[in-house]
Write a protein that binds this ligand. Structure first.
Ligand SMILES: N[C@@H](CCC(=O)N[C@@H](CS)C(=O)NCC(=O)O)C(=O)O
Length: 242
């Protein structure tokens, strides 16, 4: 198997799952991980576009099967390598709707809030005010939904840590970078801590990141992230070169 990915929230979902599957006893010894440099446009090459016409990481190739979309990759790997991360049979419906919910709601809202907060430097403040308000408000509403789930159990879908927690964690943990103030939801902060302390999560987050900077970025890396984000964030000035 081959995985093309980058150290970004959607990329970390998959590297976290890989390390959690290893914790669950699956060696995944034939897996090769390739880091894609987004700032240099490696996801726009012909070879990458053949793998994913959507020109975004992550992409998984398993034999002749190519799987795009981080949450589809989570489901694919979790089904192929069974573990409590995705229960079997009827019980999987406790988890899968929340994985779809992350992909359809949390990723877009937090991702857009992040883009307008940090990356869209060539837009005037007046053009950013509405999207900042809209995606900021929606991100907070979504955080309150996570809080509701956590009222009755320690993880998103129950007492077990699952791929729904994996899908959500990389986006929610970046709340300071995206300036979504989730500190009014202590249960969500506790959940972040519970997820972060898992060894598989630690190793998954370390993919493409110096170990000393998993949670605390150096000024240089912050700058490099901001620059990379400006390059990939779609603004009206950037052409669509598909
Ligand atoms: N819905 C997609 C989103 C993937 C995505 O947005 N990937 C980002 C990195 S987190 C990317 O490749 N961006 C490059 C670009 O937009 O040019 C998924 O979940 O896989």
């Amino acid at each position: 198997m081959d995985l093309w990915t980058s150290p970004t929230p959607n990329g970390w979902k998959v590297t976290i799952l890989i390390e959690e599957l290893r914790e669950a006893g699956h060696a995944l010894s034939d897996l090769r991980i390739h880091t894609v440099n987004l700032a240099q446009g490696e996801h726009k090459t012909e070879a990458f576009t053949d793998r994913n016409p959507n020109q975004k990481i992550p992409v998984l190739q398993d034999g002749s099967r190519s799987v795009i979309e981080s949450c589809a990759i989570l489901q694919y790997l979790a089904e192929r390598f069974p573990s409590p991360l995705l229960p079997a049979g009827e019980k999987r419906w406790d988890v899968l709707p929340w994985v779809y919910w992350q992909a359809a709601n949390v990723g877009p809202a937090f991702g857009n809030k992040l883009s307008y907060t940090r990356y869209m430097d060539d837009l005037p403040d007046s053009a950013k005010a509405h999207p900042l308000e809209r995606f900021g408000t929606e991100s907070l509403r979504l955080t309150s939904v996570i809080d509701y789930q956590l009222k009755t159990h320690p993880f998103m879908c129950g007492h077990d840590f699952t791929i729904a927690d994996i899908a959500l964690f990389p986006w929610i943990r970046g709340y300071k970078w995206s300036k979504v103030d989730i500190t009014g939801w202590p249960r969500v902060l506790d959940w972040l801590g519970r997820v972060r302390e898992r060894p598989g999560v630690e190793r998954g987050l370390a993919h493409g990141v110096p170990k000393s900077e998993i949670d605390r970025w150096s000024r240089e890396r912050k700058k490099a992230y901001a620059k990379g984000g400006q390059i990939i964030a779609a603004t009206p000035k950037k052409k669509n070169d598909l």
